[in-house]
Design a protein around this ligand. Structure first.
Ligand code: ADP
Ligand code: ASP
Ligand code: MG
Length: 476
């Protein structure tokens, strides 16, 4: 068995939610066993639980956490019931541990990033304890393993504590230690958690919200897996978020760079950090629909690019922070941008998009990826305002048009831009990698604008070699 290649199968929050999901997980796993592959199943927390754990932390600090804690325990109790697993045997210890941490937090009312990460990790831990027990009892011998013993975070000296604990990163070369650890496991199937890793001091760290995809990619890279499959609540990567634009079409295949751009510009279906580990090791990726596993999804690999349709996707990033920096002295001034960016570095804030004129620089930030909050922006603005006028533009969204060779189709985008007449565009950016063209607009206008752009650029002339059925055609 130890010579069999690994396949990593990641199941998201809505894909682990009930008995039917677990029957599907068992069936998909069995198909891979039949192909002589060794499955490593990577699971998220039960859908919505990580948000509830965030609320639990707030409630512990501000009073009245009991009801939320009971809700969380009840959600896992319900799943255990459906899977015919006794929660007293499999998750009592972990629930007691979580309860104790919350009691301590309610007493101290001091939230450190260390406690924050620890509390959020319970969503994945509780879920995988139940999942492994179910597979073991009903399907095949399964080893439960703690992801924190395999995934070790890299600590950059310039990283802030919040990023180190809540948005950690790991390296992703082939890892002989991890291969040995996994080969020593004697069952055909192994199950572990997404989202969590540990640092050099063996403390729990998180890979950022939505980071279970990235955990799966790290495991695939370290084990040099044959394939990494992301099983989720839609059939694959679409030409837009199908829950916002029902006419969005399933994209049959993508190359890594296109997938990276979709993930980075708001395509939540893939966590932005999950592509590099797979691209670097040429591991093919697949995105599939847990509720309908036989429905072909999106294949992502180095030859996945389809030249026929340069525009693949219209994406919206909501609640984006925009900072406008003005100075009268910028024209021909040497080092102004360097001065600005030294403060971004100081506060650990990375820049998403940027556009500059003689007197104004507009910058968009994605705080969610790094688990950062408004306090960081307040401190950054205070520093910037010591030498220029820096303001935050409230409630913006970034709409991105993504596809390879976007420059060759700018004339089409030009026609589509007519719909922006009368709207405020805060920032326009054509990415240097030639893969996206982005506009920052008011959040209130974003949905309508994205719908129109999708209609003009994707729906008007659908290329059936590239796109499959639309969400509304198939599911509404
Ligand atoms: P999981 O819990 O399985 O990781 P996520 O909620 O993180 O699932 O990601 C799946 C969701 O991503 C979909 O339900 C959909 O609303 C959203 N999404 C955003 N953009 C896209 C896109 N381009 N294609 C598919 N889904 C998208
Ligand atoms: N449970 C984590 C979250 O909700 C990780 C994930 O689902 O990918 O962010
Ligand atoms: Mg996700």
């Amino acid at each position: 068995m130890s010579s069999q290649p690994w396949v990593v199968l990641k199941f998201g929050g809505n894909s682990v939610a009930d008995l039917q999901c677990w029957q599907t997980i068992a069936a998909i796993t069995q198909q891979h066993l039949d192909k002589q592959l060794r499955p490593l199943i990577v699971c998220s927390a039960l859908g919505g639980i990580t948000n509830k754990l965030e609320n639990l932390i707030d409630a512990a600090i501000n009073g009245g956490h009991d009801k939320i804690l009971q809700d969380i325990i009840a959600a896992y109790g319900k799943l255990a019931g459906e899977l015919s697993i006794d929660p007293q045997i499999y998750i009592k210890k972990e629930i007691n541990e979580l309860s104790q941490i919350i009691v301590m937090l309610a007493q101290s009312r001091v939230l450190t990033p260390f406690i924050h990460a620890k509390v959020l990790s319970f969503g994945e831990i509780l879920l995988t304890k139940l999942g492994a027990a179910y597979l073991q009892a009903k399907h095949f011998p399964t080893t439960w393993t703690d992801a924190r013993t395999h995934l070790k975070s890299i600590e950059f000296t310039h990283s802030h504590a919040q990023s180190k604990y809540l948005a950690a990163v790991c390296d992703y070369q082939k890892d002989e230690t991890v291969i040995k650890q996994f080969n020593a496991m004697t069952t055909p199937v192994v199950l572990t958690q997404g989202f969590i890793a540990s640092n050099a001091r063996n403390e729990t760290v998180l890979l950022g919200r939505g980071g279970s995809d990235t955990a799966a990619a790290y495991f695939a890279a370290k084990l040099m897996a044959q394939r990494c499959e992301i099983w989720t609540d839609v059939p694959g990567v679409y030409s837009a978020n199908p829950h916002e634009i029902p006419a969005a079409r399933l994209i049959k295949s993508l190359d890594y760079d296109e997938a990276q751009e979709i993930a980075s510009m708001g395509g939540k279906v893939l966590h932005p950090y999950c592509i590099p580990p797979l691209k670097a090791n040429a591991i093919p990726m697949y995105v599939g629909y847990t509720r309908l596993p036989q429905r072909p999804g999106t294949e992502i690999h180095s030859a996945g690019r389809h030249e026929d349709a340069p525009i693949k996707s219209i994406l919206t990033k909501h609640q984006v922070t925009l900072i406008q920096i003005e100075t009268v002295q910028m024209w021909h001034q040497v080092g102004f941008l360097a001065d600005i960016f030294s403060y971004f570095k100081k506060h650990g804030v990375s820049v998403d998009l940027i556009s500059t004129s003689e007197t104004t620089v507009t910058i968009s930030l994605d705080l969610k990826v790094k688990g950062q909050d408004q306090n960081i922006i307040t401190a950054l603005l205070a520093d910037l305002n010591t030498f220029c006028k820096a303001t935050e533009i409230g409630s913006a969204a970034v709409i991105s048009i993504v596809g390879h060779n976007i420059r060759s189709v700018l004339y089409k985008i030009g026609a589509a831009l007519k719909i922006f007449e009368g709207q405020k565009i805060y920032l326009v950016s054509q990415a240097a990698n030639n893969l996206n063209f982005s506009l920052a607009v008011d959040e209130s206008q974003a949905k309508e604008l994205a719908l129109k752009l999708h209609a003009l650029l994707i729906e008007e002339n659908v290329n059936k070699k590239v796109f499959d059925k639309s969400w509304q055609e198939e599911f509404l």
